[in-house]
Design a protein around this ligand. Structure first.
Ligand code: SF4
Length: 411
C-alpha cells in the first residue's frame, strides 16, 4: 500500500499553511475539498451535508457566506463540523469579516469580484491577526474586466496569473502570508497552463480545479483530465471536483483520484473488474455493480476483482487481494491468485464481502490458511477444463473469422 507521506511524483515544494487542523502544502497529504449546496442559514441541513461529505473523504468544506443570515448560520455550524470550514466570499468584503467573526477556519476571495484594494487589505489584516488562511480564487469566468481587456479581450493563462499576483501584492503590503491560490477555468488546457505558469512564480500552496466541469460523466472526465495532469507534474496541494451533482460525488471522486494516483492511502475497496468479453460466464457489469453497492462505504482498504470467466480471470487479477471469477454457474474465489473456495453463482457477492472482511481483519495469509485450497483448486481446475472442452480456447471464434477473411481477400 502506498504511504500517504511519500508522493510517487516529484512534488514542487510549497509553503505549508493550516486550515483549522488540516495542513495544506509542503509535504502534507494532498487534501480533498467540496462545497455545500444548502443555504448556509439552514444550519441542520448544512451540517447533515457536511457529515456526508466527510464520510465520503472530504477533508475541508466550503460554505457560501453571501448574506448576514449565512454568517449567523456559520457561527452555529463551525463548532459542530467534523472538518474545517472555509467561507466563500464574493462581492461583499463585509461578509468576509462576518465569517471570521463566526469562527470559520479560512476564506476564499475572488479577486474578480472584490476589487477595491482597501477592502482587500482590511480583510487580509483581519485574517493575519486571527491567523486564518485565505485562498485567492481566480476564476476564468469572472476575471477582472481590466485584465480581460489588457489581454486582448480573452481569458489567458497570463491574465489569470496576473490577477492572482495583483491580489498577492495587496496581501504582501499588510504582511499576510497564509495564502493558497487557485486559477480555475472550465477549459482544461487553459487551467493546466495557468497552474503551470503560476507554480513557476509562487511557493504558496495551490488549490486545483476545473470550474463548472458540468454533470458526470463528462464533468468527471474533464475534472480528472485537468487535476490529474497537474498532480502528475507535482503541481497541486489540495483539489476540488466542481460537478453539477450531489457534492458527495465530488468528494468521492476527489478521494478516488488521489487513491488511484497513490497520493492518499486507500480507505475503501478498490474494485477492479474485467471489461467482459465473449468468454464471460456472468453479467460482469451487474455483478460488479452489486459488489460495489455491497461494499458501499465499508472501510475495507483492499483491491477486489470481479472477473467474468475462470479461464483467464484469476490470472489477470493475480495481484488483487481477493477476487471472484465466474464459471459453470459457480464463482471461484481467489486470494492473491490462490483458489480458496467455489460458491454458487447466486452467493458470489455475499461471499466476496465475507472474505474481504476476514482478510481485512486477519490478513491474506490467514484467509489462505483457513481455506481448503487443495479442494478449491481441484474444483476450479475441473470447471476450467470443462469450459475449455465446451468452448475451446477460441470462444469468440476468431480462428473461423481469420479463415473467412483470408478466403475472401485471397479469392
Ligand atoms: S476475464 Fe474472462 S470474461 Fe473477463 S475479459 Fe478476460 S477473458 Fe473475457
Amino acid at each position: 500500500m502506498t504511504s500517504p507521506e511519500k508522493s510517487p511524483f516529484a512534488r514542487r515544494m510549497t509553503n505549508r499553511i493550516m486550515v483549522g487542523k488540516v495542513p495544506v502544502g509542503g509535504d502534507s497529504p494532498i487534501t480533498v475539498q467540496s462545497m455545500t449546496v444548502t443555504k448556509t442559514a439552514d444550519v441542520e441541513g448544512t451540517l447533515q451535508q457536511i457529515y456526508a461529505l466527510a464520510a465520503a473523504g472530504c477533508d475541508i468544506v466550503r460554505c457560501t457566506c453571501n448574506e448576514i443570515e449565512a454568517a449567523e448560520g456559520l457561527a452555529q455550524i463551525v463548532p459542530r463540523s467534523p472538518i474545517p470550514i472555509i467561507a466563500d466570499i464574493h462581492h461583499q468584503y463585509k461578509m468576509a469579516l462576518a465569517a471570521m467573526e463566526a469562527g470559520v477556519h479560512g476564506l476564499r476571495l475572488n479577486p474578480g469580484n472584490i476589487r477595491k484594494p482597501e477592502h482587500i487589505k482590511i480583510v487580509a489584516s483581519e485574517a493575519r491577526d486571527r491567523g486564518l488562511p485565505i485562498r485567492i480564487g481566480v476564476n476564468g469566468g469572472s476575471l477582472d474586466p481590466e485584465l480581460y481587456d489588457k489581454y486582448g479581450g480573452k481569458v489567458t493563462p497570463e491574465a489569470m496569473v496576473e490577477s492572482a499576483q495583483r491580489e498577492m501584492a495587496y496581501f504582501d503590503e499588510v504582511g499576510f502570508e497564509q495564502i493558497k491560490i487557485s486559477v480555475k477555468a472550465s477549459s482544461v488546457p487553459l487551467m493546466v497552463e495557468a497552474y503551470r505558469q503560476l507554480s513557476e512564480v509562487t511557493r504558496h500552496p495551490l488549490h486545483l480545479g476545473v470550474t463548472e466541469a458540468g454533470p458526470p460523466p463528462a464533468g468527471l472526465v474533464k475534472a480528472t483530465a485537468g487535476i490529474a495532469t497537474l498532480l502528475m507534474e507535482g503541481i497541486g496541494d489540495t483539489i476540488r471536483y466542481s460537478l453539477t451533482a450531489d457534492p458527495v460525488e465530488e468528494a468521492r471522486a476527489g478521494r478516488q483520484l488521489l487513491e488511484a494516483l497513490g497520493l492518499r492511502e486507500r480507505k475503501n475497496v478498490d474494485l477492479i473488474a474485467c471489461p467482459s468479453c465473449g468468454r464471460a460466464e456472468i453479467d460482469v457489469i451487474d455483478v460488479a455493480k452489486r459488489a460495489m453497492d455491497a461494499f458501499g462505504e465499508r472501510q475495507l482498504p483492499l483491491q477486489v476483482a470481479v472477473m467474468g470467466c475462470v479461464v483467464n480471470g484469476p490470472g489477470e487479477a493475480r495481484e488483487a487481494d481477493l477476487g471472484i471469477a465466474a464459471g459453470n454457474k459457480r464463482g471461484h474465489l481467489f486470494v492473491k491468485g490462490r483458489n480458496v473456495a467455489v460458491v454458487p453463482e447466486s452467493e458470489m457477492v455475499e461471499a466476496l464481502v465475507e472474505w474481504a472482511e476476514f482478510i481485512h481483519e486477519h490478513g491474506a495469509e490467514a484467509a489462505i490458511a483457513r481455506a481448503d485450497t487443495a479442494r478449491a483448486e481441484r474444483e476450479a481446475a475441473k470447471d476450467r477444463s470443462q469450459l475449455l472442452d465446451e468452448k475451446g480456447d477460441d470462444a469468440n471464434h476468431a480462428q473461423e473469422k481469420i479463415v473467412e477473411i483470408r478466403r475472401t481477400t485471397q479469392g
